[in-house]
Design a protein around this ligand. Sequence first.
Ligand code: ADP
Length: 382
Amino acid sequence: MAEISFRDVTKVYGDGTEAVTSLSLDIAEGEFVVLVGPSGCGKSTLLRMLAGLEAITTGEILVDGEVVNQVHPRNRDVAMVFQNYALYPHMTVFANIAFPLRQARMATAEVTRRVTEVAETLELTEHLKRRPASLSGGQRQRVAIGRAIVRQPKAFLLDEPLSNLDAKLRVQMRGELAQLHATLGVTTVFVTHDQTEAMTLGERVAVLNDGELRQVGTPQELYHRPADLFVAGFIGSPAMNLVRAEVRSGEGAGDLVMDFAAAGSVSVPEAAAELCASAPQDTELVAGIRPESLLLRDPAAAAEDLPRARVRFTELVEPETYVHLAGDFSGVDPGDPDAPPRDTLVARVRSDRTFTPGEEVALEIDGTGLHLFDIESGRTIR
Ligand code: ADP
């Protein structure tokens, strides 16, 4: 087990691409940390620098307090698992798992003992004589993991290890990885572009964008207290609704005015009154509303000044329905190139209520789920 520190690490590739920028992150001994961010944000580069497969341009990486920048990958005592498993096709499962031990010239009896033990942990015992080609994707992934843990490394590095599995198997393997971590307690750094995977697996999650660390925290912290617009828009599914807004002073003071052309003003619920009071007044901001905090009311019964929207379509995700709404508002792109255009709002409601396309609804906000962001810097207003 090991403690890992990135200190002001920057990586510039030969062609001038700056893949990681002044990144600092401390990972405690035995911790399971997930690095997440859109494709190209520098996750793999960071992991490969830690494994010693890529040189560090400036800064330091420490394992157990020792700077490893110049340490050969073989001597870093970290094991890496890749997306494509990288198994030897001509070797049996046993030989694949045993490979790193044989490389280290371990005695045959000890090799057999360790491989047998690992195979049992990963439920591969009955497959030890087979070759990778005859295994399922999930079994292959387990062999790759077995090969990594058999060395009893100080740290375990996983680069998108579940991406090649189908959805069901991915969920199952997530559970198995979490269990394996609970059993072995080895420091684990897991890379994924999938925020759902990150949120379900990570004790702590580090969100990256454009080579920069945007926020690191527990899944709950990232969801409920995002540091900026990028994290707010990236974490959560369906994504947080982001619209232009203004907190009004003078008449209707404290009212949050969303950028709805037709019907603008949303009275700020009490839970968000303090937040709105601390925000700059009469200045354009971005309001963020989680889909579960966007409440849909019957337009006939709701107050007249509540903004109206129309149902575009619904998605049933039992026990909930995601209601996609069209309205006259200005959506905001949180800076994630993969994000769909924000020209709709999404509400997440219990599926026992049905909504039909074209239907009008009145919008209310649950103040506990309201976030405000500075439109220039993207920083969260607290
Ligand atoms: P991620 O794992 O988040 O998808 P990467 O770490 O693979 O991101 O890449 C980060 C950035 O560095 C990207 O812009 C990518 O194109 C670039 N990059 C990755 N590897 C190289 C390389 N060997 N040479 C030049 N640029 C690279």
